[in-house]
Write a protein that binds this ligand. Structure first.
Ligand code: ATP
Length: 460
């Protein structure tokens, strides 16, 4: 396990992503902007495929689950009700020497190499630990910090055309509230009976100051969230079910289960009855991939209180009225993308001694399902004809530049599962060579069999 994982480093991933059009630094020509990244032509396909796979499992194939796409900008009262205005904050301290800002809990985690858990500490205890152990600033190496202050992580903006008419609003820090405020809209329009689920994929924004570690932690990211509304008393059973579903989903993408583990939260959020993460063995070590939380009836009750609108559900059989409990499953699309990239990365030594970098993505996740490659340029007319035939079926790419070996390597590096090569025999008998990314083995099949062959392989 460690052997395979030691091959991949964050630097290798960042470089590969940049050179192969997967992910670029945000606003790069202006010197970049911390913790922002742009997805390139290959990356956007991979990320869309990840989101599609998630939606398929948690909406399309999930009985009684429904999707929404709520507004990013919500009435500011939503964040009062959810508790974000009051307490969505991190313990920050400034280095008095070099004026950089840091999260106190992260400093302790780094200093103790993960052996001390700051989640269990109060701010005073964290300050005392940092003083006693002379925890240093990662930038300048000195140990001279300001006291801890809590910084709210929500991005503020304002609406209104005139200065006087401006109202403070926020970019949502999580997508979950869009599901909660629509609980009854969805229930009424779908005539769903509790238990049922509401899912959403959308952008969230957090003013993170901690070093991002590539796309692990960004200030703008996408969340894929599923809220399961159930009756109190059944909540624990569903909490366990969602732990399993969340695990199975990641494994179905081709992850080695040895690179995953559950981690119960030591300190529960104000709304949670139980909570755990699935951690993945990222190149930076074991870290949170997703969270599963039993949020009780906290959110719906608070929205009832703050909006003055009833959030009661009426059982159609018994007539009983109650506010359901919620089991939340939340995973960052970008964080899962980083895990997918890291899990797929491999370096293999070939017979001729060369190293091949290959991304072993699940075919459903790969950006392009096949690359069409004419063996020589004078075969391009036939190759383009085949490429045009394949394009309406799935994402394909075409490449006629350079030796066939180099072209195979380029496709391996972006994880294209199949290369369809057109040679002189193709002109005679309308057959092509299909090369498998993982085994590098080749088979010869008639052109008309290419679509069903690939479609079968990419099924998720
Ligand atoms: P962390 O402890 O890493 O800050 P969190 O516990 O605050 O995360 P949640 O609020 O539970 O995270 O968010 C759910 C999921 O959203 C996380 O498991 C992660 O996959 C993703 N996520 C959270 N914050 C970020 C971020 N800044 N950048 C990218 N993904 C994020």
């Amino acid at each position: 396990m460690e052997e395979k994982k030691s091959v991949v480093t964050m630097d290798k991933l960042v470089n590969l992503c940049k050179s192969r059009g997967i992910i670029f630094p945000g606003s790069e020509i202006y010197g970049g902007m911390g913790n922002t990244w742009d997805y390139g032509p290959v990356g956007v396909e991979i990320k869309n495929n990840i989101k599609r796979a998630w939606w398929k499992k948690f909406v399309q194939e999930s009985e009684n689950s429904f999707g929404v796409d709520a507004a990013i900008l919500m009435n500011a009262r939503v964040w009062d009700a959810s508790g974000h205005t009051a307490s969505f904050s991190d313990p920050k301290m400034d280095c008095k020497e070099c004026k950089t800002r840091h999260r106190a809990d992260t400093l302790i985690e780094m200093h103790s190499h993960g052996t001390v858990n700051p989640d269990k500490m109060t701010n005073e205890e964290m300050e005392a630990y940092i003083k006693e152990h002379k925890v240093c600033c990662p930038k300048c190496g000195k140990s001279n910090f300001t006291p801890i202050r809590q910084f709210n992580m929500m991005f503020e903006t304002s609406r209104g055309v005139t200065e006087e008419g401006q109202n403070k609003i926020y970019l949502r820090p999580e997508t979950a509230q869009g599901e909660f405020v629509n609980f009854l809209n969805v229930q009424r329009t779908t005539r769903a009976k509790v238990p049922f689920g509401i899912a959403q994929i959308g952008k969230a924004f957090r003013n993170e100051i901690t070093p991002g570690n590539f796309i692990f932690r960004t200030i703008e990211f996408e969340q894929m969230e599923h809220q399961w509304f159930c009756k109190e008393g059944t909540d624990h059973e569903y909490y366990e079910q969602f732990k399993k579903k969340a695990w199975d989903f990641v494994v179905s993408l081709g992850f080695n289960p040895e690179h995953l583990r559950f981690k119960d939260h030591d300190k529960l959020a104000h709304y949670a009855k139980s909570a755990c993460d699935i951690q993945y063995l990222f190149p930076i070590g074991w870290s949170e991939l997703n969270g599963i939380h039993n949020r009780t009836d906290y959110d719906l009750s608070r929205h009832q209180e703050y909006s003055g609108k009833s959030m009661l559900y009426t059982d159609p059989v018994t007539g009983e009225k109650y506010i359901p409990y919620v089991i939340e499953y939340s995973i960052g699309a970008d964080r899962l993308m980083l895990a997918v990239l890291s899990e797929a990365y491999d370096e293999e030594t070939l017979e001729n001694g060369e190293t091949r970098v290959v991304m072993h993505f699940h075919p459903a996740i790969a950006a392009y399902k096949c690359a069409v490659l004419p063996l020589q340029k004078n075969l391009s007319e036939k190759a383009k004809e085949i490429y045009k035939m394949l394009c309406p079926e799935f994402m394909c790419t075409y490449d006629e530049a350079g030796s066939i070996g180099k072209r195979y390597r380029r496709q391996d590096e972006i994880g294209t599962p199949y290369c369809v090569t057109i040679d002189f025999d193709t002109l005679q008998d309308n057959t092509v060579t299909v090369r498998d990314r993982d085994t590098m083995s080749q088979i010869r099949i008639p052109v008309e069999e290419v679509v069903p062959f690939i479609q079968k392989a990419i099924k998720f």
